[in-house]
Design a protein around this ligand. Structure first.
Ligand code: TYM
Length: 326
């Protein structure tokens, strides 16, 4: 398994339920590689000091979420130069038309109209390289990244079609509940870590009182019945998704639990479940962040192990395309 997250903002409840939670739950079954996608983060302008700080915070949070560095390879993308190198090769096998169709490119270029750079456009080719370097069976991501994994599969097939079986074709692994957590103030938009205007986001490091305040203000509807209907009741449906992902209860069970209780009680219960889920993560991340030496030892060992794997694939690719070995 392999996946990554851009350190372009504080990790949110969306990043956790859509991605990290599923990584941690499968650490025993797979050989796992997880990284901080700093190369991807600079497709949008970042303050250097913030990017550095968030990259290390993200590593601490991965560990605090249950990714034991002894059993998972945790690394910083820019420490493994093969990502950029294979990224270039993959670029040359990705079509302008297919990159133009990426929804995330369309969204991000609309939001960053003053900085529609080449990296923002070719970003899915780098993401494909991130994946293909490690020959994974599964790529666990949220809904919004599915299209990029589809592109990865298309490019890998194209490459294999020319050069033989170089890349394993990876499967997307999307959680049944929680693949798309919406903003609590605007439940028709995704909860996002990097958009300033998203006041409806819960960060993993938020304090309990802040989490409760955001849940109490969550946008709902005027019907006052807790039932799942994403189309007509996006706010309540989103809260039900969160509650279901956190507690494991089904939508029917949740409807029965809050029958006749009203939205106030429901919002409190969802908020409290999230507070309790995040409490140990926040405490452990805070503790880990005081031990910079330990974090450094983790990302160094991770880059070494990841680099070994990545190099094997890259050498094979370079040979296939006809580069003279060094
Ligand atoms: P990123 O950093 O935007 O998001 C990280 C992961 O969190 C998931 N996610 C969500 N899931 C549910 N609800 C939400 N509101 C929500 N917000 C985020 C995302 O689907 C993702 O799984 N391009 C990737 C990073 C990346 C990558 C890779 C992933 C770079 N290389 C290789 C997998 C494999 C990205 O921008 O994710």
């Amino acid at each position: 398994m392999l996946s990554g997250i851009k350190p372009s903002g504080e990790l949110t409840l969306g990043s956790y339920l859509g991605a990290i939670k599923n990584w941690a739950e499968r650490a025993d079954q797979y050989d796992c590689y997880y990284f901080m996608a700093d190369l991807h983060a600079i497709t949008v302008r970042q303050k250097p000091a913030d990017l550095r700080r968030r990259t290390l915070e993200q590593l601490a949070q991965y560990i605090a979420c249950g990714l034991d560095p002894e059993r998972n390879t945790l690394f910083i993308q820019s420490h493994v130069p093969q990502h950029a190198e294979l990224g270039w090769v993959v670029n040359c096998y990705s079509m302008f038309g297919e990159l133009s169709r990426m929804t995330q490119f369309k969204d991000k270029s609309a939001k960053n109209a003053d900085n529609i750079n080449g990296g923002l456009f070719t970003y899915p080719a780098l993401m494909a390289a991130d994946i293909l370097l490690y020959q994974p069976d599964y790529v666990p991501v949220g809904e919004d990244q599915k299209q990029h994994v589809e592109l990865t599969r298309a490019v890998a097939r194209r490459f294999n079609g020319v050069y033989g079986d170089v890349f394993k074709i990876p499967e997307t692994f999307v959680p049944k509940v929680g693949a798309r957590i919406m903003s609590l103030t605007n439940p028709t938009a995704k909860m996002s870590k990097s958009e300033d205007e998203d006041a409806g986001r819960i960060a993993l490091m938020d304090k309990p009182e802040d989490i409760m305040r955001i849940f109490k203000r969550a946008v709902t509807d005027s019907e006052n019945s807790v039932r799942f209907d994403r189309e007509n009741k996006p706010g309540i449906s989103n809260l039900m998704t969160i509650y279901s992902a956190v507690t494991g209860k089904s939508y029917d069970e949740i409807t029965a639990e809050f029958d006749g209780k009203g939205y106030g009680a429901f919002k409190l219960a969802v908020g409290e479940s999230v507070v309790e889920m995040l409490r140990p993560i926040r405490e452990e991340s805070t503790r880990l962040l005081t031990d910079k030496g330990y974090l450094e030892s983790v990302y160094r060992a991770g880059a070494e192990k990841a680099g070994y794997m990545a190099n094997k694939t890259l050498r094979k690719v370079y040979k296939k395309v006809g580069f003279v070995p060094r």
